[in-house]
Design a protein around this ligand. Structure first.
Ligand code: ADP
Ligand code: ADP
Length: 225
């Protein structure tokens, strides 16, 4: 069985079916991109994995454990959003520490782990700043640090680069991949940008209208006409 195994997942909003019996998997340390047009259900799938929205039926199994019954904070999942979703009234440091505080991690451990993860995303010098004092790219690095600090077993990235300009996007792309490799993290990256998908992924899953239409390693897609 794969590290992450999604089986027969169903989701509707009222009468509208968003996806129907989706099957999906990822191996440990794999960087999988979910690529598809806007509105096809990519975000909803990530939100279902994270527990931010409920599923109608189906299983989401990580390392043999079905996480569907678990609340979001017990799923061991980190998530990064397009819009950063930082707490505006908290410093960088406090934003990153938030998840650890919820877990009642002792202060000295907490301090060290926040420092380590801020260093990883090269934001150590900005620990005392507030989000409104940072650029978009810097905000996203803080959001990435916040998602990593709890040492998740799965990292979900929902169009994390879409709001940034091209130069920052390239830099952050490389940074995300480097960190993901170093930590041997299993990551699911959502985008509607083909080039981003082709250059970043171990594997690309194409989604359209709530269906998975093709599943291939990035090289195969690259070389096909
Ligand atoms: P994508 O991430 O691929 O752009 P989404 O998962 O955001 O797609 O949306 C898939 C479909 O579900 C869209 O038609 C969207 O309008 C709809 N949708 C998303 N969230 C909700 C919600 N909370 N209530 C009703 N419909 C929703
Ligand atoms: P994102 O791009 O971060 O997924 P969206 O702009 O798609 O955010 O959606 C923002 C919020 O509105 C989400 O909570 C989503 O579930 C909800 N939403 C999106 N589309 C619809 C819809 N058609 N009806 C109701 N709620 C929706």
């Amino acid at each position: 069985m794969s590290y992450l195994q999604v089986t027969q997942l169903n989701k509707s909003y009222g009468p509208t079916q968003i996806f129907n019996n989706i099957d999906f998997s990822a191996e440990e340390g794999e960087f999988v991109t979910l690529l598809g047009p806007s509105g096809c259900g990519k975000s909803t799938l990530l939100r279902c994995l994270a527990g931010l929205t409920s599923v109608d039926s189906g299983k989401i199994v990580i390392q043999g454990q079905d996480i569907v019954p678990l609340p979001p904070q017990q799923r061991g999942i980190g998530m990064v959003f397009q819009s950063y979703a930082l707490f505006p009234n908290m410093t960088v440091e406090a934003n990153v520490a938030f998840g650890l505080k919820m877990q009642r991690i002792p202060a000295c451990d907490l301090h060290r782990r926040v420092g380590d993860v801020l260093e990883l995303v090269e934001m150590n010098d900005y620990a005392k700043r507030y989000p409104h004092q940072l650029s978009g790219g810097q905000c996203q690095r803080v959001a990435l640090a916040r998602s990593l600090v709890t040492q998740p077993r799965l990292l979900l990235l929902d169009e994390p680069l879409s709001a940034l300009d091209a130069r920052i996007r390239r830099h952050l792309r490389e940074q995300i991949r480097r960190i993901q490799r170093e930590m041997n993290l299993t990551a699911i990256f959502v985008t509607h940008d083909q080039e981003e998908a082709l250059t970043m992924s171990d594997r690309i899953v194409l989604m359209n209208k709530g269906q998975i239409v093709q599943n291939a390693d990035a090289e195969t897609l690259y070389t096909e006409p």
